[in-house]
Every structure is written in structure tokens, then in C-alpha cells.
Design a protein around this ligand. Structure first.
Ligand code: NAD
Ligand code: ZN
Length: 357
């Protein structure tokens, strides 16, 4: 098992057979009493019982709360319904919340933990690769609203993150691959060495537990290091994690959150951000080609279909948090392994990049 101390704040444990230890692990960090295990219909069916049993065996009183799987569940209404169930189950200020699922569950359960009794502890048990390498780290929690994604939320760091790579065995291939969009993003913005390693053939069949564990570790380290520099997203340092996400979020929304998974939309957003980086940051075109090639190797989309409503992507940008006071905060990469915020990217640049997708 690998233990990483994330920003000296909480531990992330990475290993096999960790779900059955969850009760013990929660005891070790001083928790007791009641807890809510928030999960979705898919993950609860696969792992809900195991987690509940482990908690009960360590004398916790868990209540399993299940919501429908998928992005459409990440709403304020659903968060309210979860809170109601927690009140009915007698959870109080001493209780805690466990999020058992992908990024949707991590975000909504973390948000519920942030607001319930003005904040109770949160344990993240991410069950998708994307959630392990990205969303479970950094403390950003929240829900979507009709105009845009993640517009309502709170920064609420978890008390513990448990990455049991066994759970990834049941993850559908498409879901597994989308995690690589965030991994490739991390490589492009901060780790040229990881970028080179991902090009090796063996990196593409990383269902092997040990390879996966070290890949997850490296990504947690990259993300937590960036987050530590700018926790509340104020100075622009954390913003580089949004590489590929301005256009990516627009694509997710234009496809009504149905057509593309988050990571797939981010893959397309990365391609657009590379085109803009060539123009505005001097990214050499052969490096852009290498990035596009790597995305393709993980079966991630790098081109939009001809009839995709591109104008909807631009329309969706207005609701993006990256438009602050009418100015675009766009992340560019001058070379693989480095990224920064640019203030000279125009809406026209984005339009052009989207047109060429
Ligand atoms: N907070 C952050 O910093 C942050 C960062 C990146 C992404 N996100 C958010 O994460 C979300 C996307 O996360 P996601 O891709 O994990 O989506 P998800 O939570 O919807 O999970 C994807 C699908 O896989 C299923 N699933 C999950 N684990 C499984 C397993 N082990 N076996 C079989 N099926 C399983 C789920 O039921 C779901 O159908 C988005 O809402 C995005 O905004 C947040
Ligand atoms: Zn993302």
C-alpha cells in the first residue's frame, strides 16, 4: 500500500483490498458513531454491502444513501434530498460522510458534507480512475445548475481518501479511458517525464495493479502540489489545472451532458487549447501532434463530428467561471510539462480553435 500525505492535511491510501478495511481506517483517524455512505445505483450494487459491513464491524452505524448514476444527479435538489435523508437517519455534528463512487458522487457528497451542520468530515472513496487521479483531491465540491457546471459549491477537503484499485476491474473501458484525459492533462501542464512514460506501450494496459498504483500516486502528487500553491483558486496557479476545460465544459454542455463523458470533452478541449497555445504561447506544432496522438492511443476523441452544434459551445462559455469580469482566463502550454494563464486569448481564438475541431 502507498500512503501519501496530501498537503500535510490528510492521507490518501492507494492499494488493493482496501474497501474491507474502511471501518478500521475511519477508526484510526478518530471517527465514531453514525455516518452516511453516499453512492450511486451502479457502485452501491457492486460495493455498498462490503463498505457497510466493514463499517458495522468497526461499530459504526452507517446509512447507505443511493442516488441515480450519472451527471444529471449532481444537482442542488439531489443534495437537499440527501440532507433530508441524513436528518431522518439521525446524523448530527459528530457524524461524517463517505462518498463511494466516481467524481459525481465525490463532488455531491463533499458538498453535502460541507453544508450539513455547517460542515462535517468527508471521506472520499473514489471508484473511477478519473476520481482517483483528479476529483477526490483538492477539496473542490459542488453541484451543477441549469446554466452551467459546478457553479454552486464549497472548498471542503476530505479527511481521508481511499483508492482501492480492485474496484477499477468493473469500470467500463470507456470510463477507464476518460481518466486518461486528466492524466494526460497533468502530464502536459506539469510532468514531461510522465508524458514520455505514457507513450510506452505498457502504460496503455495499466489494469495491472502495481503500475496503476504508481500512476495514481504520481497524479495525486502533481495535483496536490498545484493545489497547495493556491488553495482557493485566487492567484491563478491552481487555474492551470483547468487546461482543456474551458472548451471541454462548453462541449459537455453543448452535448447536453449525454454525448461526451467529462474526460472525453476534456480531451477535445485539450486539442483546442493546443491550437490556441500554438498561436498564443509558441507551442511547437510537433508537440501538439504528440499530445493529440497520445489522446488517441487511449481512444479519446480528438475531433468533433461535422454536425456537432459548435455555436452552442461558444454560447456555453459565457457561463464558465473562467470568464471573470468579462475577461477570459485561458490556460495555454508553451511546451509539454509547463502551462500558464494567458490574458491575451480572445473569444475569436477560441471560436477558431473550436471550428477546427
Ligand atoms: N472536484 C473536482 O476537482 C473535479 C475534478 C474533475 C472532475 N470532477 C467531476 O467529476 C465528475 C466526473 O466523474 P466520473 O467520470 O468519475 O463520473 P461518474 O461519477 O458519473 O462515474 C462514471 C460512471 O461509472 C460508474 N462507476 C463508478 N465506479 C464504478 C466502478 N468501480 N465499476 C463500475 N462502474 C462504476 C458510475 O456509476 C457512473 O455511471 C464530473 O461531475 C466532474 O465535474 C470534479
Ligand atoms: Zn476535469
Amino acid at each position: 500500500m502507498i500512503i501519501i500525505s496530501v498537503g500535510d492535511r490528510y492521507d490518501a491510501l492507494i492499494g488493493e483490498h482496501l474497501l474491507q478495511e474502511i471501518g478500521e481506517r475511519c477508526r484510526t483517524i478518530g471517527f465514531s458513531g453514525r455516518c452516511a455512505v453516499i453512492s450511486d445505483t451502479n457502485v452501491a450494487a457492486l460495493s455498498g454491502d462490503r463498505v457497510k459491513q466493514s463499517l458495522t464491524a468497526s461499530s459504526f452505524q452507517p446509512t447507505l444513501i443511493t442516488i441515480p448514476a450519472g451527471e444529471k444527479s449532481k444537482t442542488l435538489k439531489q443534495a437537499g434530498a440527501i440532507c433530508d435523508q441524513m436528518i431522518a437517519a439521525g446524523l448530527d455534528r459528530q457524524s461524517f460522510v463517505i462518498g463511494l463512487g466516481g467524481g459525481v458522487i465525490g463532488d455531491i457528497s463533499g458538498f453535502v458534507a460541507a453544508i450539513y451542520h455547517r460542515g462535517i468530515p468527508h471521506v472520499q472513496i473514489p471508484t473511477t480512475l478519473l476520481a482517483m487521479v483528479d476529483s477526490s483531491i483538492g477539496g473542490k465540491t459542488g453541484v451543477n445548475t441549469a446554466p452551467g457546471k459546478n457553479l454552486i459549491g464549497a472548498v471542503h477537503h476530505p479527511s481521508l481518501v481511499i483508492d482501492d484499485v480492485d474496484v477499477l476491474k468493473t469500470l467500463p473501458r470507456r470510463e477507464f479511458n476518460q481518466g486518461f484525459a486528466e492524466i494526460i492533462k497533468h502530464a502536459v501542464i506539469a510532468d514531461a517525464e510522465m508524458f514520455a512514460a505514457l507513450k510506452e506501450k505498457k502504460a496503455r494496459s495499466p489494469r495491472r495493479p502495481l503500475a496503476l498504483q504508481s500512476l495514481i500516486r504520481r497524479n495525486i502528487e502533481i495535483k496536490s502540489k498545484i493545489v497547495a500553491k493556491d488553495e482557493r483558486d485566487r492567484t491563478g496557479e491552481r487555474a492551470i489545472l483547468n487546461f482543456g476545460h474551458t472548451v471541454g465544459h462548453g462541449i459537455e454542455r453543448a452535448g447536453d451532458y449525454q454525448e461526451f463523458l467529462h474526460g472525453e470533452a476534456v480531451s477535445l478541449g485539450i486539442v483546442a487549447a493546443c491550437a490556441i497555445s500554438i498561436k498564443r504561447a509558441g507551442l511547437p506544432s510537433d508537440q501538439r501532434d504528440a499530445i493529440v496522438d497520445l489522446l488517441r492511443r487511449f481512444d479519446l476523441p480528438t475531433k468533433l463530428s461535422r454536425d456537432f452544434p459548435r455555436e452552442k459551445i461558444i454560447g456555453a462559455l459565457k457561463f464558465d467561471k473562467k470568464f471573470e469580469a468579462g475577461k477570459i482566463r485561458f490556460v495555454v502550454t508553451p511546451r509539454i510539462g509547463s502551462a500558464h494563464l494567458s490574458s491575451n486569448v480572445t473569444l475569436e481564438d477560441i471560436r477558431e480553435a473550436v471550428a477546427s475541431l
